[in-house]
Design a protein around this ligand. Structure first.
Ligand code: DAH
Length: 388
């Protein structure tokens, strides 16, 4: 607070000036304005403004709640607030002072603005904490996590069962050459057995006018690829996607997974085939589920079989694993590797023998979980997928 007595000729005014307060200059006479602006020039300087700002900050720190923070805002930054008053008085200042005071006042305003927001946040947080805003009795919010697709889960489970029996896992190309998909598997061009696989051919013709590439119709081509790349003993499983040009129904998809298996060494017999596949079935389906082998024909094995899993009515529930009027569900083809296949990759069929098998993991999933339509696997309906 400063008291001024100003004399100018026969006028004299007494002014009580509060530093930084807003004065309504329009109500003053011209002479009064001159006097006031001179007074202001002496009271307002960058230094005094920064002192004022420090005072404001100290007051703000002491503000106990949101209401007092609002009062503080009105007093300092409001329309009639101190800082606003200084800003308003700038036009009345001597020109050489305007810049200095203007900059200082603007800086002060910004500083106080920021400090106020910070203080309001602090007060709000303190209030929440005081009210005990963390209610540990509220139920937690569920975290939505993704999961593995049921086919992936089954593929992994089947591979793990074979890995436990000493097999390793390899993968191969989905776009395959006729050479591996058929030729190397003892299915030459024109062989009627080709009709067993309805194929999607790649639209590419080579110099000889042939269309040598297709989407593999089974994982069996990896048999030849693996044997070409290594010497016996071989023990691999090959999971992967296969494609066929065919109509879909409850047990057929045009794209699906297969898991191929191959074991070649000296002295492997059909008993090894049966023992290995029994053990696989026991691990995946449990000890009580029955399996059945029947003779079947595949050009790359001799003898060839198909293996089925029982779909008998469970006496406890009165239901079949798959709700279909069939006692057995076929899950794979298998057999002893044909000597021509061994010869083709340069193995001596007099010395080495082996067995091979190929299964559809979706079918295995259907049997294991009682899914009655293979098309569910690729419908991407979360109500289905969520169950696994
Ligand atoms: N590749 C055959 C198919 O897709 C399944 C198969 C049968 C694979 C017998 C084999 C096997 O390895 O020995 O129909």
């Amino acid at each position: 607070m400063t008291n001024w007595r100003l004399r100018a000729g026969r006028w004299s005014i007494r002014l009580t000036l509060r530093q930084g307060a807003a004065y309504n200059f329009t109500s003053l006479t011209l002479l009064q304005r001159i006097i006031v602006s001179q007074v202001l020039a002496q009271t307002q300087s960058a230094e005094s403004i920064s002192e004022l700002a420090s005072q404001a900050l100290a007051e703000l720190d002491a503000v106990p709640d949101a209401d007092s923070a609002e009062q503080w805002r009105v007093a300092w930054l409001g329309r009639r607030g101190q800082i606003t008053g200084i800003l308003r008085s700038i036009p009345q200042l001597e020109p050489e002072l305007r810049r200095e005071v203007g900059t200082a006042a603007n800086q002060a305003r910004n500083l106080l603005d920021e400090a106020l927001s910070r203080r309001i946040r602090e007060l709000a947080e303190a209030e929440l904490a005081a009210r005990g805003a963390l209610d540990v009795t509220l139920p937690g919010r569920p975290v939505v996590t993704g999961r593995l697709h049921p086919t992936t889960q089954i593929v992994r489970e089947v591979c793990a069962a074979f890995m436990a029996m000493g097999f390793s896992v390899v993968e191969g190309p989905e776009v395959e050459l006729d050479h591996y998909n058929f030729e190397m598997l003892n299915i030459p061009a024109g062989h009627p057995a080709r009709d067993m696989w309805n194929s999607l051919w790649v639209d590419y013709v080579n110099e000889d006018g042939q269309q040598p590439m297709l989407l593999r119709t089974h994982t069996s081509p990896m048999q030849a690829r693996v044997m070409e790349s290594q010497e016996p003993p071989v023990r691999v499983v090959v999971p992967g996607k296969c494609y066929r040009y065919e109509a879909t129904d409850a047990t057929h998809e045009w794209h699906f997974y297969q898991i191929e298996g191959l074991a070649v060494a000296e002295g492997i017999t059909f008993a090894d085939l049966k023992g290995t596949l029994y053990e696989f079935a026991r691990r995946v389906f449990g000890a009580d589920r029955q399996i059945r082998f029947r003779c079947d024909y595949f050009p790359f094995v001799e003898p060839g079989v198909d293996m089925s899993i029982s779909n008998f009515v469970d006496p406890a529930t009165g239901r079949r694993p798959i709700n279909r009027d069939e006692d057995w569900i076929e899950i794979m083809g298998a057999g002893m590797v044909h000597p021509r296949v061994l010869e083709g990759v340069g193995y001596d069929p007099q010395r080495y023998t082996g067995f091979a098998f190929g299964m559809g993991p979706e079918r295995i999933g259907m049997l294991k979980y009682g899914i009655d339509d293979i098309r569910h696997f690729y419908r991407n309906d979360v109500r289905f997928l969520r169950q696994f």
